[in-house]
Design a protein around this ligand. Sequence first.
Ligand SMILES: Nc1ncnc2c1ncn2[C@@H]1O[C@H](COP(=O)(O)OP(=O)(O)OP(=O)(O)O)[C@@H](O)[C@H]1O
Length: 327
Amino acid sequence: MVAEDGAGFIELDGVEKVFDVRRRAGLLRRERHQVRAVDSLSFRVARGEMVGYIGPNGAGKSTTIKMLTGILTPSAGRLRVAGIDPSRERTRLAQRIGVVFGQRTTLWWDLPLIDSYRLMHRMYRVPDARFRVNLERCVELLDLGALLDVPVRQLSLGQRMRGDIAAALLHDPEVLYLDEPTIGLDVISKAKVRGFLRDLNAERGTTVLLTTHDLTDIEQLCERVMVIDHGRLLYDGSPSGLHEVGESERTLVIDLERELPPIDLPGAEVRTVKVEGPRQWLAFPAAASAAPLVARIAAEFPLVDLSVREPDIEDVIAKMYADRSAV
Ligand SMILES: Nc1ncnc2c1ncn2[C@@H]1O[C@H](COP(=O)(O)OP(=O)(O)OP(=O)(O)O)[C@@H](O)[C@H]1O
């Protein structure tokens, strides 16, 4: 009996994927070499979690997703989704998962949106009543009403993305893999897609694995993020914990009544990084609380205004990579 629920809804144990690649090494000669796209990868995702899966280009993210959907077979290791081995039972698994690739569409280019949905209704053999309820819900929440009769080729990128997300959900999947769902979208479309995913996860308990280069997606949607590089897991924890690992800093921007020498707070872990007239910038560890510093500055200096600037999470990850390659 395979456990489906609890800690291991998605389970990877020592998963590897090695590609054999032929490379030209002269006029006629071709050399064979191997690319280890995923290397001893182990993690678990519980049912209902929404997890970010990030890393630089070529880190192994898409390869992982392809193994999770059964498109690729692992070279080694054990992989299960809802107790199913994806590459052995790809069709059975397809009933339980949804996939959205931001850069490709699963919709029929020349057909009106609604016709693609009708085709999917048949392909996935979704019971009629269930299809109707799911379609109505997606149309309402993703604002698709006016678009159903429009051929997909005439949709904007943001409209097409919402159309693709609906298509992935018509058969009520328990797991949704999203590969760059907000790529190329404007601010309003991004907000719409994020809001919809948040509701989907909260209301339906859909498990979501989200790959993105937009770290705001992660910060707004996920309580857990996994960072992968060179096919290996580099970090698995909260988005805010990334700051601790990356030793990143937050900045207090302080406006004083008048120009003063750089603020000195003996005993506090803080340093003045810039002074410009009555304004001063003080950096402190991102993981620390700003409250005691603010209280002390307010008590000891003629404070007019103050704000806290968050670190750029992209820099934090870059720093993690730098630290790792220095080892
Ligand atoms: N079919 C393939 N044949 C050979 N090498 C491959 C194949 N697919 C992926 N790779 C290689 O495996 C590594 C991981 O690629 P993958 O597409 O999984 O990375 P990624 O993290 O998704 O990158 P990106 O953010 O650019 O999409 C890369 O070095 C890539 O060139």
